[in-house]
Design a protein around this ligand. Structure first.
Ligand SMILES: *[C@@H]1O[C@H](CO)[C@@H](O)[C@H](O)[C@H]1NC(C)=O
Ligand SMILES: *[C@@H]1O[C@H](CO)[C@@H](O)[C@H](O)[C@H]1NC(C)=O
Ligand SMILES: *[C@@H]1O[C@H](CO)[C@@H](O)[C@H](O)[C@H]1NC(C)=O
Ligand SMILES: *[C@@H]1O[C@H](CO)[C@@H](O)[C@H](O)[C@H]1NC(C)=O
Ligand SMILES: *[C@@H]1O[C@H](CO)[C@@H](O)[C@H](O)[C@H]1NC(C)=O
Ligand SMILES: *[C@@H]1O[C@H](CO)[C@@H](O)[C@H](O)[C@H]1NC(C)=O
Length: 350
């Protein structure tokens, strides 16, 4: 009954728990790429960073924390909805110490992928290294609260994995060798192997509630239209969207298989493809007026260091833009995505 009431409140869009103490789960652990990175790339030698204006201009204190958006990420809204009063700290930031770690941590790194080879191209933190950092995190938490309490935290926590776009957009599509060796379908199979191994490893480390996001409509990202669309063609690149749909079907299949195989595991696929496509195709119905051009710079390409304080053309208010930069949704779009994910992920909470 209690759980049902909570579910109802969450579904109804209340921020249950905010300010009232107990979050719905003990901790939130984030693993993945720039869509969920909250600053782990800030001190790395990589071009893929977002710790300078105009990134974060609508975040608290206009702080460029390393989030690849103008404001909050999907996971920030998720953390609020689950009743946390702070966001999981970027594990490689100064803030990641002491009791801050007890409600979770964020291990994600911009430009990482399912395939460690993708991450290495950009000196991002590979998925396997993120897992190693998580192991180190577990030791720190265990030392703080003791084994029993720590294990409750690890098994009760929600683990969110969000990655894969970089494997396609920043590796497969632009690498002639990969392109020759693998069809998009075989490349997806290859990524599924990495995914499956990753879930096994995370499960063996104690995770029991895992959410994994699908690929977005890759062909609708402004930079993808610029890079892979026909000359003068302003519409989503169908070929890329087909690849994403096919990948997502495999992700669904593989996840069902893993959930059946691993006792006690809740593994939920969180669809971001359809909610984002809906915003792109019907912006006005979703409260937006611009879904082709991103806010930052010319809105056709700029991301990371190319989206900076000197970029010419940056919009003054991103509220009605689906995309903040060439690859990443605006805070406004992230809010819509988070609402959808919360409903889809409800079984992870109960
Ligand atoms: C900006 O964010 C960083 C990293 O999250 C944090 O350490 C710092 O205190 C924040 N600064 C302000 C002014 O809020
Ligand atoms: C975390 O480290 C910062 C400086 O790096 C320090 O100011 C802060 O007190 C530390 N917090 C905890 C909880 O240890
Ligand atoms: C633009 O893209 C659409 C969908 O991918 C395609 O049907 C159309 O032929 C393209 N037009 C041009 C001029 O390339
Ligand atoms: C997904 O699983 C179904 C049923 O097990 C199977 O028929 C289908 O071929 C699978 N699709 C992919 C893309 O693996
Ligand atoms: C995932 O697969 C299951 C069973 O094969 C199916 O019922 C469900 O609709 C699929 N979900 C998606 C998003 O494809
Ligand atoms: C952006 O526009 C929205 C409504 O269109 C408004 O509520 C908001 O205050 C504006 N933000 C800024 C920073 O001007």
């Amino acid at each position: 009954m209690f759980i049902r009431l909570i579910s109802f409140l969450v579904l109804a869009g209340f921020y249950v728990g905010v300010g009232t103490g107990q979050p719905l789960v003990p901790a939130l652990i984030i693993i993945g790429d720039s869509v969920v990175d909250a600053g782990n790339n800030n001190h790395r030698t990589t071009l893929i960073k977002a710790n300078f204006p105009p990134y974060g201009r609508d975040f608290f204190a206009h702080n460029s924390t390393g989030r690849f958006s103008n404001g909050k990420l999907v996971i920030d809204f998720t953390a609020e909805s689950l009743g946390f009063t702070s966001y999981p700290v970027a594990y490689l930031s100064q803030d990641a110490n002491g009791t801050n770690l007890l409600t979770g941590a964020n291990f994600a790194s911009g430009a990482s992928g399912f395939d460690d080879g993708t991450s290495l191209l950009y000196n991002a933190i590979t998925l396997n290294q993120q897992l190693k950092n998580y192991k180190e995190y577990k030791i720190k938490v265990t030392n703080m609260v003791g084994r029993d309490r720590a294990n409750e935290i690890f098994s009760g926590a929600i683990y969110l994995l969000s990655t894969g776009s970089s494997d396609f957009l920043q590796s497969y599509y632009i690498n002639p060798i990969l392109n020759r060796i693998f069809t998009p379908d075989r490349y997806s199979d290859r990524l599924m192997n990495f995914y499956s191994t990753f879930v096994h490893n995370l499960y063996n480390l104690g995770a029991r509630r895992i959410g994994v996001t699908t690929l977005p409509p890759l062909g609708c990202l402004p930079a993808a239209i610029t890079m892979f669309g026909g000359a003068g063609n302003n519409t989503c690149v169908e070929r890329l969207n087909r690849d994403a749909v096919s990948f997502n079907t495999k992700l669904n299949n593989t996840s069902m298989y893993l959930a059946n195989k691993l006792p006690g595991l809740k593994l939920v696929v969180l669809d971001i493809y359809n909610p984002l496509l809906s915003m792109v195709m019907n912006p006005v119905a979703n409260g937006f007026f611009e879904s082709r051009r991103a806010c930052c710079g010319t809105g056709t390409m700029e991301t990371s260091f190319l989206c900076n304080a000197r970029s010419v053309g940056t919009c003054s208010n991103a509220t009605n833009y689906v995309f903040w930069d060439g690859f990443h949704p605006s805070e406004a779009a992230n809010r819509v995505l988070a609402a959808s994910l919360l409903v889809q992920g409800i079984s992870l909470i109960s």
